[in-house]
Design a protein around this ligand. Structure first.
Ligand code: TMP
Length: 208
């Protein structure tokens, strides 16, 4: 696999969607073949699963159902989009991937981390991100950014839930410092973009 796989992660309103698109723009300007995709979603089937997962009407969803739906979306995404793009030497920028499942379903919902890791290994095998950019903000900062926004089923969870998600992400970063780079998402958009570009440039140099 000779492409580069970069993922963005973080709690709600950390700015990863804005930042991932800025990175895509910059890489395209520099002549790279880049695709931007997201989870849950990224395929027709995945986008249908996304609707079910985020629909506020589905407030009675079982935690295990939730986990399996995220994993189902990932299976389709890996085989239909990510793996083929990497085989064609593209840079894949993905808004959320496997770490979100560990942080949200593992640390925040409290599902067994070993079970999650086993399931994920089965699905993604060696399709592990080369670089993960974790945009770190506090849930309080997230709430300020969420004012006047229509919240989905997961965003509606309470502040304790979002604190656990953040804790989960920081734990992953501590365990895998080579892959996961923590970036202060509270800084302004240009500064965050600059920090991200530095991480990506370093990774590209290392992979040459
Ligand atoms: P988004 O807000 O980044 O579009 O992601 C949709 C929501 O899905 C977000 O609240 C995080 C959540 N999520 C999980 O709980 N587990 C996962 O594995 C993924 C990919 C997302």
């Amino acid at each position: 696999m000779s492409g580069i796989f970069i993922t963005f992660e973080g709690i709600e309103y950390c700015g990863k969607s804005t930042q991932s698109l800025l990175l895509v723009e910059r890489l395209k300007k520099n002549g790279y073949d880049v695709i931007y995709t997201r989870e849950p979603g990224g395929t027709n089937i995945g986008e249908e699963i996304r609707k079910v997962l985020l629909d506020t009407q589905n407030s009675d969803m079982n935690d295990l159902t939730e986990l399996l739906l995220y994993i189902a979306s990932r299976v389709q995404h890996v085989y239909e989009v990510i793996q083929p793009a990497l085989l064609e030497n593209k840079i894949v920028i993905c808004d959320r991937f496997m770490d979100a499942t560990i942080a949200y379903q593992g640390y925040a919902r409290g599902l067994n981390l070993e079970l999650i890791n086993k399931l994920q290994k089965m699905v993604i095998r060696d399709i592990v991100p080369d670089l993960t950019l974790l945009l770190d903000i506090t849930p309080e900062q997230g709430i300020l950014r969420a004012v006047n926004k229509k919240l989905d089923r997961i965003e509606k969870e309470n502040i304790e839930f979002h604190s656990l998600v953040r804790h989960g992400y920081l734990q992953i970063a501590e365990q895998e410092p080579e892959r996961v780079k923590v970036i202060d998402g509270g800084k302004d958009v240009d500064d965050v973009h600059q920090m991200i570009c530095e991480c990506v440039d370093t990774k590209q140099r290392c992979m040459r």
